[in-house]
Design a protein around this ligand. Structure first.
Ligand SMILES: *Cc1c(COP(=O)(O)O)cnc(C)c1O
Length: 404
């Protein structure tokens, strides 16, 4: 505990904790699933609802730049992504953006029919590929391989590679620069899912020659439940990719109301329908807050929190599912335990919020802007006590809920 207090005293990011609403008596280690609420968000939403919506109504599209918000917030995100202005737009969900980018990118490799993905991908990524393939027919197929086998599976059949930088269960981190180069060397293009990366890991999409990327607004960006996601298209591809979901806000002149679709130049063509303004402006509060912090300091603290957590844990039947080396991990630490579900429920009942991923993973996320070293020490102490006393083994904790 003393060590934790010392680390907190030296933590340059510690003042950010005050900028979040965190419930008293709770240690929140699930910011990788739903980020905490920035204190600035309720006031901003109140203003948007009562003034912009309530008073200014339809005029707000111009008067309060509602229509510009997807691109404006996208441009702010380029600073977290190492991308150039005009390469990112905020829209839809991560799942839908995966569909949009894959369907737009496949025609760039017309002679190839394989989409290569990691078999351990977050399932929605794979589900979206399956749906797209069903739509396209023409012998398109999904090739699933284990992470270690990715480079061997690259050949002249592969049109696109779809990968997450961070494994959502174990937190294992892939080398974007290296794998992107391998994909390009094989003549393929690559789509990176940055759902567990953006906001906690410094990224250099331009320098790494990344073709396409998507990411999530409600995790480390603290945009709120169901916040819109983002998508990135490298400048080099912007003129050549044509959206399949060709909605009016991606049209070159949405307000000309012409019958025929012509895509807007640049990233805006990847907009489809009217954006959810309330969610979008809530997301902007989260992004603005994140931009006040130094992303490299965030990464340093994230690695230190993970290391501290692992170092405090005694075996107790748990085995580490995450890489031991912090450089090889995202901002989460996972342990396996056959009774993982009940143990997580017992922890939650005592105010430590982690989550469970079937079949046996206990997952703890460390959002460096609001998680302290003392939080980590306290969580481990509670976990040890739950194990030592057997408090986890109560019927209520074995009952499965819908969201785990
Ligand atoms: C969280 C997450 C998603 C979520 O997709 P939604 O469409 O927002 O539900 C997708 N992919 C990965 C890798 C994720 O971690």
């Amino acid at each position: 505990m003393q060590e934790a207090t010392l680390c907190d005293a030296q933590d340059g990011l510690a003042p950010f904790r005050e900028k979040f609403m965190l419930p008293a008596g709770m240690i929140y280690l699930d910011g990788n699933s739903l980020g905490a609420l920035p204190k600035a968000t309720p006031a901003r939403l109140q203003q948007v609802i009562t003034q912009e919506w309530g008073q200014d109504l339809i005029q707000s599209w111009n008067k309060h730049q509602w229509l510009d918000a997807p691109l404006r917030i996208g441009d702010k995100l380029t600073r977290l992504l190492g991308a150039r202005p005009g390469e990112v737009v905020v829209a839809d969900s991560t799942s839908i953006n995966i569909f949009k980018l894959l369907s737009a990118a496949l025609p760039l490799r017309p002679e190839r029919r394989v989409i290569l993905a990691d078999s351990e991908s977050f399932p929605t990524d794979l589900y979206m590929v399956q749906g797209l393939i069903q739509l396209l027919g023409q012998d398109y197929r999904l090739r699933l391989v284990a992470t270690e086998a990715l480079s061997h599976a690259l050949n002249d059949e592969v049109a696109l590679v779809l990968l997450s930088q961070v494994n959502y269960k174990t937190g294992a981190l892939l080398d974007i620069a290296q794998i992107t180069t391998q994909a390009h060397d094989a003549g393929a293009l690559i789509v990176w899912d940055l759902a567990h990366s953006c906001g906690v890991i410094p990224l250099e999409l331009t320098a790494w020659n990344v073709d396409f990327a998507v990411g999530c607004g409600y995790k480390y960006l603290n945009g709120g439940p169901g916040a819109p996601a983002f998508l990135y298209v490298a400048h080099t591809h912007q003129a050549t990719v044509q959206p399949l979901l060709s909605g009016w806000l991606g049209h070159v002149e949405p307000f000309s109301f012409v019958t025929e679709y012509h895509p807007a130049p640049g990233i805006r063509r990847h907009l489809c329908g009217t954006p959810p303004i309330l969610s979008l402006l809530a997301l902007e509060c989260g992004v603005d807050l994140l931009l006040e912090a130094d992303l490299h300091a965030i990464r340093e603290k994230s690695m230190a929190l993970g290391d501290f957590f692992i170092a405090q844990m005694t075996p107790l039947g748990f085995s580490l599912a995450s890489p031991r080396n912090a450089e090889d991990r995202g901002s989460q630490v996972a342990f396996r335990h056959p009774q993982g579900y009940a143990i997580i429920q017992a922890l939650i009942a005592e105010g430590v919020i982690g989550d469970f991923r079937a079949p046996d993973i206990l997952r703890f996320g460390f959002a460096p802007l609001y998680v302290s070293f003392s939080d980590v020490a306290q969580s481990v102490a509670i976990l040890h006590d739950i194990m030592a006393t057997g408090r986890w083994d109560q019927p209520a904790f074995h009952q499965r809920q819908t969201v785990t």
